[in-house]
Design a protein around this ligand. Structure first.
Ligand code: 6PG
Length: 248
């Protein structure tokens, strides 16, 4: 078991996005070259918009084998797939509509299901059925891309919510009192089983959370769910811009 941690600070959000775009492309090319297919899970929110547009812009131009990629989502809001708040909708508009992806290889979460707990179980089964398992029997994504909120949440693993401490389920429906909503989300056991995890965080509104995440004080770190990102056998790359890391 080998774990590596990379921390990169780029001058601007644009440069941080460029660095992550190149990392994503190389992870996809390596996975397909070594194993024939690549399994990635994408982040929601606003930060990755530019990244998805950049990946879409390179399209088929730079030999990324998109037709050999399966796309999953690390979390989803409790809205229909065509809703403006839907992470799937955002990724479809910024990237999926512009890439030669096979429709059957894009796997949205059913955020608008009447029974979100059943939708979480169903999505977990899809992940278990389609994503190759590691030696520990866990589905092992080639890449899970994540962002982080100002409170240190990642995916939809918000502070003081049940999903943060989940140890059995791989996907769960998380009740988020601070939003007054429920979200579908990957849990840390699934996230930390990935070969590669990329955390992309930009902007000075995230500076306090980044400082907490990187704090050497365990009591401080424990307040930020993203601090539980610890790959069991893989690489974690935390990519920040100067604004987000100004308090570290
Ligand atoms: C979501 C995300 C969430 C996001 C953070 C940061 O569904 O909102 O998956 O984890 O990454 O909230 O969001 P911003 O990039 O918009 O700051």
């Amino acid at each position: 078991m080998a774990t590596s941690l990379k921390k990169c600070v780029e001058q601007t959000a644009d440069q941080a996005t460029d660095l992550v775009a190149n990392l994503v492309k190389s992870i996809i090319c390596d996975a397909v070259a070594q194993r024939g297919r690549c399994y990635i899970a994408l982040a929601g929110g606003t930060t990755p918009h530019a990244l998805y547009q950049r990946l879409a812009a390179c399209g088929t131009g730079d030999d990324v084998p998109w037709m050999d990629v399966d796309i999953f989502f690390g979390d989803e809001r409790d809205v229909p797939l065509d809703h403006v708040e839907s992470n799937y909708n955002m990724v479809q508009r910024t990237m999926l509509d512009h890439l030669p992806l096979e429709p059957g290889h894009v796997h949205p979460m059913r955020g608008d299901a009447d029974d979100l707990d059943a939708a979480a179980t169903e999505y977990e089964q899809t992940v278990r059925d389609l994503v190759p398992h590691g030696t520990d029997g866990m589905p092992r994504f080639d890449l899970i891309l994540l962002g982080m909120g100002g409170d240190g949440h990642t995916a939809s693993l918000f502070p003081n919510t049940p999903a943060v401490e989940e140890t059995k389920k791989l996907v769960t429906a998380n009740t988020v009192p601070v939003l007054g909503r429920r979200r579908l989300t990957f849990t840390f056991p699934l996230i930390n089983a990935a070969r590669n995890i990329i955390l992309l965080v930009t902007g000075d509104d995230k500076a306090e959370a980044v400082a907490g995440l990187l704090s050497t004080d365990q009591a401080v770190r424990s307040r930020y769910p993203a601090a539980k990102l610890q790959p069991t056998d893989g690489m974690l790359a935390m990519v920040f811009d100067v604004a987000a890391s100004r308090r570290t």
